[in-house]
Design a protein around this ligand. Structure first.
Ligand code: ADP
Ligand code: MG
Length: 536
C-alpha cells in the first residue's frame, strides 16, 4: 500500500509490459526462431525454401535475405535479426544466412550464461572484446587475390544454388563483367555494380546466358518499317512524350464544317512531323524515348530511317546517358547535335520469344550487360539472385584484395584462437569470450548437418586439425570429414566474414541489453487517443 494512495498509471491502459528475465528470454527465443528458419539453407548442401505470399505468388530460393524479406514477421526482436541479413546484403552481397545463424547462436549461448548468473552487460563486454579480436584474426588469415581466385570466389558463392550446376560458366561471366567495369583510382580498385546491368529472359538454357559489352533493353522498335540495325549510332535521349499535347482541362471544339476537321487534323500532323524533323536534323539515327510515341510520329520516324524505342525505364535512360555520353533532353526544340550519344551499333535481336535491343560499342563509360536465361520464371529469378551474389563477392574481393578460405575453416581457426585469447582475460568475461568462440563453430556444424554428416564428429575432426595448425581445414561436404579448403578452392571475401561477425555481434548485444519491453496496444478507432474523431 502506498500510504493508502491509489496506484499511479503512467501508461495507457492496455499497454503490455514484460521485464527482466522474461523479456530477455522472449527476445532471445524470437531471435533464435528466425535463425532456425534459415539454417537449413546454409552451404552447398543447403535446401531451398518455397515462399508463398498473400497474393499466391511463389518464390523458390536459397537466399537468406530473400527468405527473411518474404516472411511477414512482426516480433520486434525477430525484426532486429532480419536487419542483420539486410545489412549483410547491402555491404557484402553474400553471407546473409551465415550472419543470421551466428547471431542466433550467440544469443542461444548467452541464454546459458544468463542462467549461470552472468550478467548480460558482462556478456556484452565479452562479446565485444571477442568480436574485436576476431577482426584482427581475420586480417591475419586473409590471403591475397589473383584473377584465378576471383573465379573461385564466384564459384563458392554460386555453390549450392540452383545456379550451381553451371557455376563455372556463370563464375566466368561474373568475373569478366566485374573486371571490365573495375576502375583503378588512387585509393585502389572501385567497382560500381550499377555499371553491370542484369537482364533476364525466360526460355532457353542457363548455359545460353551471355555477357554483352554494352547495354541491353528489353524493348522492341516501335515500327516494323524502321531499320533492324543501325551502325555509327547517334542517339537522341528524350524524356517527354512525342505526342500531341493534351489539354489539362476538358475542352470542346465545335466543328461546323468538314474543312475545319481536316484543318484540325492537318495541324496535329504537321506538329508531329515537325518534332520528327527536329530529331532528324539534329543528326540522330536512333531515338530512345522515356515516354510514349504517337502512331503517326512512329510512321514519320520510320520514313526518316530512325530506329526508335518508347517507354524506356528511367534507370536505363541514365545508364544510356552515362555510357554513350548523350544528354537526356526534355524539350525537343532544344535538341542539338551535341546532345546526342554515340555507340558503334544498335540492333534488335530475337531472344527466346521476344525481341531485345542491344546497344554496343559505347565510347564513354564502361558499361556491360548480362543476359540471363533459364527455363522458367522461378529458375531465372533464382539464377539472378545467385548471379548478383556472385558479381557482388567478386567486386568486393577485387576491391579489398583479401579473401579467406570457406567451408567453416576460418571460423574454426578464429574459434580456436579465441579460446586461447579468453584464457588471458579471466573472470566472467572469459566465459563470454569462450561462448563466442563456441558460437562461431555453428557454421561448420551447420554445414555438416545440412550435408547429412555427423556434426559432433565433424567438429571433433575440425578441432583436431586446427589444433595441429591446419588453419585452412573446413568441412568436406561432399565426401565427409574435413579437408583443406584452399586445395578445394573454396574462397570467400574477407569482408563477408568480417561483416557477418560484426553485425551478428552488434545485434546480439543490442538484444541482450534489453530488459524491458513496453508495447502499446494498437489503438482502435473508438479509443480516442491518436484518433482524430469522425468527420461530421
Ligand atoms: P550465405 O547466405 O551465408 O552465403 P550459403 O548458403 O551461400 O549462405 O552458404 C555459405 C557457406 O557455404 C559458407 O560458409 C561457405 O564457405 C560454404 N561453402 C561454399 N562452398 C563450399 C564448399 N565447396 N565446401 C564447403 N563449404 C562451402
Ligand atoms: Mg552465399
Amino acid at each position: 500500500m502506498y500510504n493508502g494512495q491509489q496506484p499511479i498509471f503512467i501508461m495507457k491502459e492496455g499497454t503490455e509490459r514484460t521485464s527482466g528475465r522474461t523479456a530477455q528470454s522472449n527476445n532471445i527465443a524470437a531471435a533464435k526462431a528466425v535463425a532456425d528458419a534459415v539454417r537449413s539453407t546454409l552451404g552447398p548442401k543447403g535446401m531451398d525454401k518455397m515462399l508463398v505470399d498473400s497474393m499466391g505468388d511463389v518464390v523458390i530460393t536459397n537466399d537468406g535475405a530473400t527468405i527473411l524479406k518474404q516472411m511477414d514477421i512482426t516480433n520486434p526482436a525477430a525484426k532486429m535479426i532480419i536487419e542483420v541479413a539486410k545489412t549483410q546484403e547491402q555491404h557484402c552481397y553474400d553471407g546473409t544466412t551465415s550472419a543470421v545463424v551466428i547471431a542466433g547462436e550467440l544469443l542461444k549461448r548467452s541464454e546459458d550464461l544468463i542462467e549461470q548468473n552472468v550478467h548480460p552487460t558482462v556478456i556484452c563486454d565479452g562479446f565485444r572484446l571477442a568480436a574485436q579480436k576476431a577482426n584482427e584474426l581475420i586480417e591475419n588469415h586473409s590471403k591475397d587475390v589473383s584473377e584465378n581466385i576471383l573465379t573461385e570466389v564466384a564459384k563458392t558463392a554460386l555453390t549450392g544454388k540452383s545456379a550451381g550446376a553451371v557455376k563455372e560458366f556463370l563464375a566466368d561471366i561474373s568475373v569478366r563483367a566485374v573486371l571490365s567495369v573495375s576502375q583503378e583510382d588512387e585509393d585502389g580498385v572501385v567497382v560500381n555494380l550499377d555499371d553491370i546491368k542484369v537482364e533476364k529472359k525466360q526460355g532457353g538454357s542457363i548455359g545460353s546466358s551471355t555477357l554483352i559489352d554494352g547495354i541491353i533493353l528489353d524493348k522492341e522498335r516501335v515500327h516494323s518499317g524502321m531499320p533492324r540495325s543501325v551502325s555509327d549510332v547517334k542517339i537522341a535521349l528524350i524524356n517527354s512524350a512525342i505526342e500531341v499535347k493534351k489539354t489539362e482541362i476538358d475542352a470542346k471544339i465545335q466543328i461546323t464544317d468538314p474543312n475545319m476537321l481536316s484543318q484540325f487534323l492537318d495541324e496535329e500532323e504537321a506538329y508531329l512531323k515537325s518534332l520528327v524533323t527536329k530529331i532528324q536534323s539534329a543528326g540522330a539515327n536512333v531515338l530512345i524515348c522515356q515516354k510514349g510515341i504517337d502512331d503517326l510520329a512512329q510512321h514519320y520516324l520510320a520514313k526518316a530511317g530512325i530506329f526508335a524505342l518508347r517507354r524506356a525505364k528511367k534507370s536505363d535512360m541514365e545508364a544510356l546517358s552515362k555510357a554513350t555520353g548523350g544528354k537526356i533532353v526534355t524539350n525537343i526544340d532544344d535538341l542539338s547535335s551535341t546532345d546526342l550519344g554515340l555507340a558503334a551499333k544498335v540492333d534488335e535481336r530475337k531472344i527466346g520469344e521476344s525481341d531485345m535491343v542491344f546497344i554496343t560499342g559505347c565510347p564513354q563509360a564502361k558499361s556491360v550487360s548480362v543476359l540471363l536465361r533459364g527455363g522458367t520464371e522461378h529458375v531465372v529469378d533464382e539464377i539472378e539472385r545467385a548471379f548478383k551474389d556472385a558479381i557482388g563477392v567478386v567486386a568486393v574481393a577485387n576491391e579489398d584484395k583479401a579473401v579467406l578460405t570457406g567451408g567453416g575453416s576460418v571460423l574454426a581457426a578464429i574459434s580456436r584462437d579465441l579460446r586461447a585469447y579468453a584464457e588471458g582475460i579471466g573472470g566472467r568475461e572469459q566465459m563470454a569470450i569462450e561462448a563466442f568462440s563456441g558460437a562461431l563453430e555453428v557454421i561448420p556444424r551447420t554445414l555438416a548437418e545440412n550435408a547429412g554428416l555427423d556434426p559432433v564428429n565433424t567438429i571433433i575432426d575440425l578441432r583436431k586439425a586446427h589444433s595441429e595448425g591446419k588453419s585452412n581445414f573446413g568441412v568436406n561436404v561432399y565426401d565427409g570429414g574435413v579437408a583443406d579448403m584452399s586445395a578445394a578452392n573454396v574462397f570467400e571475401p574477407s569482408r563477408v566474414v568480417e561483416q557477418a561477425i560484426q553485425s551478428a555481434t552488434e545485434t546480439a548485444v543490442m538484444i541482450l541489453r534489453i530488459d524491458d519491453v513496453i508495447s502499446s496496444r494498437a489503438s482502435s478507432p473508438m479509443d480516442g487517443g491518436d484518433f482524430d474523431g469522425f468527420d461530421m
